[in-house]
Design a protein around this ligand. Structure first.
Ligand code: SF4
Length: 467
């Protein structure tokens, strides 16, 4: 069986042949998320004017920030789009995950921004332009984009009270990422908590910008867990005023709320405040792996409560509106994860069957193996075999098809300030793309919409040439 560490152009082609029923775009995306990717000097220069990576929650990089000698952390895009090229790829968006030793290099070849593997051009790359609101600052100098990243994501509490080895989720570098952002002095936001007033001011501005182009607007409210109190409030009392204040904007934005699984009484409060869907991010499905990987969640909530409260939340939010994230591939983390692809896929598939049959939408987001996390300190963590990611996603889609009448639809949204975030699948995982690609759910003008909102990608000086 081919292994993801052997990545090169031939191996990628080998996977395309091995899984003829799986879109090439899905295979490529999963490999890139697993191994990370890097930018040449010419590509970094060509990213001027891009929507710069926000480091809003986790770092999603396979090396620490101190490694960056070209100021990469303030130059690379939040995500980028792969499309066209020799295989005529349809568009998929990739969350930027820097890894200098990855075989995947974004480069400039013959004046075009492209993705290469071992020097072979695989496809074109588009990098999203910065939305206008990124140049605005609050009166205290805080940039708007440090309040609302990529026109939708708000990390209200920038730390997590699951602290230390006994509580922090073992794949998570939120606390370390905040620390390295501070150390770098390249980010102005130092307060861990954003005020309701600041958040609302920026959301209002962003929502109005979206309205000008006839797009709807949604916000994702996220942040670390509050296990005790924050500013004298428990988790629900702390977060509810934010949800209410954002929902009260004239445009009544759609609100997604990410939080610990909580009993129904509390969930009713989130819904009443204005949340439209809720992400009780469970991270790992297998009962034992859940306890190992999420010690804080296991201790304070527990597997049984987590699952029961997700089911209860469907009664409050409705079918398809409870959407837990899973750190996919973590099932194979060393030393306690599954040893074989078969066992790991089986566990993930049983998760999809259990949840989807109950109208809960599991979202597999790819594990990035960030170096300062407990998992990477505890053991060497080689890339998860690509076979796992491909088979897991294929099974996700098969299960989705079985229960799709009670789950969210794909391909129904209008382009927003960043077209690709609305019109393509999510940037961290390949499940949404799989449905989009299999069923050809892209709007007919998707490329035009993406091109219009991208930095220049052709006739670029510098870079190399194909002989
Ligand atoms: S709950 Fe877990 S994953 Fe979320 S921020 Fe806290 S430690 Fe990280």
């Amino acid at each position: 069986m081919a292994n993801a560490t052997e990545s090169n152009f031939e191996i990628l082609e080998g996977y395309y042949k091995k899984y003829p029923d799986v879109p090439k775009e899905t295979i490529l995306k999963q490999h890139m998320l697993s191994l990370g990717h890097w930018f040449s000097d010419a590509a970094l220069n060509a990213c001027a004017g891009a929507l710069v990576k926000s480091y809003r929650l986790f770092s999603y990089d396979l090396v620490p920030m101190s490694y960056f000698k070209r100021n990469e952390h303030r130059r690379v895009p939040e995500h980028f789009i792969l499309m066209n090229g020799p295989d005529n790829m349809r568009p998929v968006a990739i969350q930027t995950s820097l890894a200098p030793d990855s075989p995947y290099l974004v480069d400039i070849v013959d004046g075009r921004m492209v993705l290469t593997v071992d020097g072979n051009v695989v496809c074109d790359v588009r990098v999203p332009k910065t939305p206008d609101y990124y140049s605005k600052n609050l009166p205290d100098g805080t940039p708007y984009h440090e309040i609302v990243a990529f026109a939708s994501f708000i990390t209200i509490f920038r730390n997590c009270q699951y602290w230390g080895a006994k509580e922090e989720c073992k794949f998570c570098d939120i606390n370390e990422n905040a620390r390295q952002m501070k150390l770098s002095r390249d980010f102005t936001l130092s307060a861990p908590v954003k005020s309701v007033e600041d958040v609302v001011a920026v959301c209002k501005y962003v929502a109005e910008d979206a309205k000008k182009i006839g797009a709807g607007q949604g916000f994702v409210l996220s942040g670390g867990s509050i296990t005790k109190t924050l500013h004298g409030k428990n988790e629900a009392d702390f977060y509810v005023p934010y949800i209410e204040a954002i929902k009260n904007l004239d445009s009544k934005p759609r609100i997604t709320f990410e939080v610990n699984a909580r009993p129904k009484e509390e969930v009713i409060r989130y819904k009443a405040a204005g949340a439209d869907n809720i992400h009780f991010n469970m991270e790992a499905w297998d009962r034992e792996l859940f306890a190992w990987i999420n010690p804080g969640k296991a201790e304070r909530v527990g597997w049984d409560n987590w699952v029961r409260w997700m089911e209860d939340a469907v009664e409050v939010f409705g079918p398809g509106q409870v959407q837990p994230s899973f750190v996919s591939g973590i099932e194979m983390a060393r030393p306690h994860g599954f040893k074989t692809v078969e066992e790991a896929v089986k566990s993930a598939t049983s998760c999809f069957e259990y949840l989807m049959s109950r109208a809960i939408m599991p979202r597999p987001q790819q594990w990035r193996r960030e170096p300062s996390t407990a998992l990477c300190k505890e053991a060497e963590q080689p890339p998860v075999p690509l076979d796992y990611y491909i088979q897991m996603t294929r099974n996700w889609y098969e299960t989705y098809c079985k229960y799709r009448d009670k789950l969210p639809k794909f391909g129904t949204r209008k382009g927003g300030l960043l077209a690709e975030r609305n019109l393509l699948g999510p940037v961290h995982g390949a499940y949404g793309d799989f449905a989009m690609l299999k069923e050809n759910l892209f709007p007919t003008d998707v490329e035009e919409q993406i091109n219009r909102r991208s930095v220049p990608w052709e006739n670029i000086d510098g870079g190399s040439h194909v002989q």
